[in-house]
Design a protein around this ligand. Sequence first.
Ligand SMILES: Nc1ncnc2c1ncn2[C@@H]1O[C@H](COP(=O)(O)OP(=O)(O)OP(=O)(O)O)[C@@H](O)[C@H]1O
Length: 325
Amino acid sequence: MIIAHRLNKTFRLPIVMEGRFSAVRTLLSREYRDVEAVNDISFEISKGEFVGYIGPNGAGKSTTIKMLCGILHPTSGEVTINGCSPQKQRQQVVRQLGVVFGQRTQLWWDLPLKDSFDILASLYKLEQQFFKNQLGVLTEILQLQELMGIPVRKLSLGQRMRADLAASLLHDPDILFLDEPTIGLDVAAKKQIRDYLKQMNSQWNKTILLTTHDMDDIEQLCSRVIVINHGAAIYDGDLETLRGRIGLPTVMKIKFREAVSPGYEDFLSASTFQVIGCQDRVITVACNRKETTAMEVLNRMSKLGTIEDIHLEEPNFEDIIHRIY
Ligand SMILES: Nc1ncnc2c1ncn2[C@@H]1O[C@H](COP(=O)(O)OP(=O)(O)OP(=O)(O)O)[C@@H](O)[C@H]1O
């Protein structure tokens, strides 16, 4: 269980001086301004959850993750990971955590990949047989066989991300913190990483907290979403409720077996949904999930004829974020 209780982090930055010798004057200045990166955030994440932690640039996502894994100390508030404080009981917590920062690697740039795993095994003091088994499994799942002899700097971004995932799982932690693990990857590599993450969560029962700017990551992976803006949590719940709460329309295309008789618009005019198009045998409607269900729409539409096919387009998650902000 991960608990963040009333977490705050304020960075104190020197005020940058302007004019001549500004760099030196800034260095010597005693004037500061405070940046509230994280502002009174609380949440609890249970074992096996897959949680998306999202928000715009500078919202405080990375700062939260760094406090959760003990890299940063909160200005106030408390974190516990399975009952231990990452700040006070670092050793115990590190054993339970795997962390991937998509923008940085924890691997040794100039060494062949296998050497990085050996070094990490020794840092984690892994027993030799355990390390061999674990690396064997990860090598197979993440398809690293061909890459073991290649220096990390020569790996493609997608290959490097697979290797970083393996590194974060080498000591078999219960919890994964992933900060932008799909950043910069092409569509195929993104899909591959998402498939691995699904497997880590559903088959290996890893608890995962994921920050990303890619809304497809959230749509495809997360059952729960925490949205933060200016350091504060503005939503914590499931994706469906979030869509419903802010009321973006779901678009439904309903295809009839035969052409719909004229006058259908009058019949539908008093509905809780809106007709936004009609072409051949297909009527397109927009419905607000807050006001109606897909089933209600279909019940009403079925009065117009025999329904042959239905196509549902959920609102784009990026639109949802913009609405919240
Ligand atoms: N070490 C630091 N020193 C001073 N300010 C910092 C530091 N780290 C982060 N900040 C500031 O704290 C705020 C939150 O930054 P953070 O990196 O947590 O945001 P983020 O949500 O991860 O953003 P992004 O999506 O761009 O990565 C920003 O205003 C940032 O400039």
